[in-house]
Design a protein around this ligand. Structure first.
Ligand SMILES: Cc1ncc(COP(=O)(O)O)c(C=O)c1O
Length: 471
């Protein structure tokens, strides 16, 4: 009686360990007073570090929240019919904010902007605009688990992974691009483009100019689209600096070129301003047809007028945006360091990151076996015994078991330190379990000592050395 979309809900990806971890957290959420033994949520890329700055701005600008402009009510204007083009004042404020995040090295035209209900909707809308059901997009791994839902579920498009590896810190290489392309061809899929996340979720790194050059050469020669999801652009807290695809177009003198019509940016205020509940996203494209079609499609997920109004007031305040961005980056950097150093103390290393709300953590040495089954076993222990919800690399389609994404910006510093204590106890208990009992320890150290001795020593001193024990 129901449609295939309803009966085949697996394609939504809800059964991924990424979402299962959230469910476990929701059943037993940590609270320092009411549930101190609960699960700490470290699987949510949310930025709660700078709410006080937003709150202060709201307190100082009561007109913006009171639907007023210069003391006069704009309530009726906001409540009545909204054209799907969005409020021009908001679009202007948003493109200025986007430039500011990119160090004002590039400018954006508000006419090329399409407002959407978050980046989730922006990514899906772009896929609807450039791909037919069954067409494929190449996506570097590890990638944001939500992409299986956002890019594939309703559009019918396919994702073909570009496998990146720890051997070069998960950088995109020419051979990995070529391999993914060949793989798609083997599967008879038409490749419409590449979708990158820059800075990356879950790696917490930004793409370097070599990788961006590779990508531009690839899409130019293969006549493809490049979608750059830049929702973490405002979270870059240390060097190397972030390079937007818009800067690449400018530096390569490609603005208004044929290639520029195939390059599209996805933005959002969910991460950069920490407002995921407001559902503010956008597509930026220099392709008139894409802008026109996406604007029509945006009817299915508009941003409410009062949200646009509030944010246009906030983002037009240049003094506020400047100080918000620098203070937010400073706080993220501090948090990131706290997590990295805390993990380092117990022998756990992180990929060197410069952006994002999370670290990409190497726990390969804690696996019982170097397999994805081993990763799942460790993940279950961490969620249910250590009571920390982190995301296993397999949920991000990482090709190597043992990597985990650990978020650090959705909790208080105190909670993060408490989570570190739990990790410490866990690692200590693991090493105790793995170290042999005392008599066994003596036997093994004996064995180690004797192993390094030449064979003739045994025959001479076999009585004292009890060599029989070594077999
Ligand atoms: C890479 C990436 N793109 C898109 C989204 C969705 O963002 P939004 O809340 O704006 O829909 C997320 C959320 O985590 C993300 O990590």
């Amino acid at each position: 009686m129901l449609s295939k979309k309803v009966t085949d809900c697996n394609a939504h990806g809800q059964d991924s360990s990424y979402f299962l971890g959230w469910q476990a957290y929701e059943k037993n959420p940590y609270d320092d007073v009411h549930n101190p033994n609960g699960i700490i949520q470290m699987g949510l890329a949310e930025n709660q570090l700078s709410f006080d700055i937003l709150q202060t701005w709201l307190d100082n600008n009561p007109d913006a929240t009171g639907f007023k402009k210069n003391g006069q009510s704009v309530f009726k204007e906001l409540a009545l019919f909204q054209d799907y083009h969005g409020l021009l004042s908001f679009k202007k404020a948003l493109v200025n904010f986007m430039s500011e995040i990119r160090g004002n090295s590039v400018t954006f035209d508000p006419n090329n902007l399409v407002l959407t209900a978050g980046a989730t909707s922006a990514n899906e809308t772009l896929i609807f605009c450039v791909a037919n059901p069954g067409d494929a997009f190449l996506v570097p791994t590890p990638y944001y688990p939500g992409f299986d839902r956002d890019l594939k579920w309703r559009t019918g498009a396919e994702i073909v992974p570009i496998h990146c590896s720890s051997s070069n810190s998960f950088r995109i290489t020419k051979s990995a691009l070529e391999d993914a392309y060949q793989q798609a061809q083997k599967q008879d899929l038409k490749v419409k483009g590449i979708l990158i996340t820059n800075p990356s979720n879950p790696l917490g790194t930004s793409l370097n100019s070599h990788e961006l050059d590779l990508l531009f050469n690839f899409i130019s020669t293969k006549n493809m689209h490049l979608i750059s999801d830049e929702v973490y652009s405002g979270t870059v807290f240390s060097s190397p600096s972030f390079i937007s695809v818009m800067e690449v177009l400018k530096n390569k003198n490609l603005i208004n070129s044929e290639v520029s019509k195939r390059v599209h940016i996805v933005c959002s205020l969910s991460k950069d301003l920490g407002l995921p509940g407001f559902r503010i996203g956008a597509i930026y494209s220099c392709n008139e047809e894409v802008v026109s079609a996406a604007t029509k499609m945006s009817s299915f997920g508009l941003i409410s007028s009062q949200t646009q109004y509030l944010l246009s007031e906030m983002l037009s305040d240049g003094k506020f945006t400047k100080s918000y961005l620098s203070e937010n980056r400073r706080r993220l950097k501090h948090r990131h360091e706290t997590l990295v150093k805390g993990l380092q103390k117990v022998g756990i290393r992180c990929l060197k990151g410069n952006a994002g709300l999370y670290c990409w953590v190497d726990m390969r040495h804690l696996l019982s076996s170097k397999t994805f089954q081993g990763e799942m076993e460790l993940w279950k222990k961490i969620v249910y015994d250590v009571r920390l919800n982190i995301s296993p690399g397999s949920s991000c389609h990482c090709s190597e078991p043992g990597w985990f994404r650990v978020c650090f910006a959705n909790m208080s510093e105190q909670t993060l330190l408490f989570a570190m204590q739990r990790v410490k106890s866990f690692v200590e208990s693991m090493s105790k379990k793995n170290s042999p009992p005392r008599h066994e320890h003596l036997r093994l150290s004996h064995a180690r000592r004797t192993k390094s001795l030449p064979k003739w020593v045994f025959s001479l001193t076999s009585n004292q050395l009890e060599v029989g024990d070594l077999r």
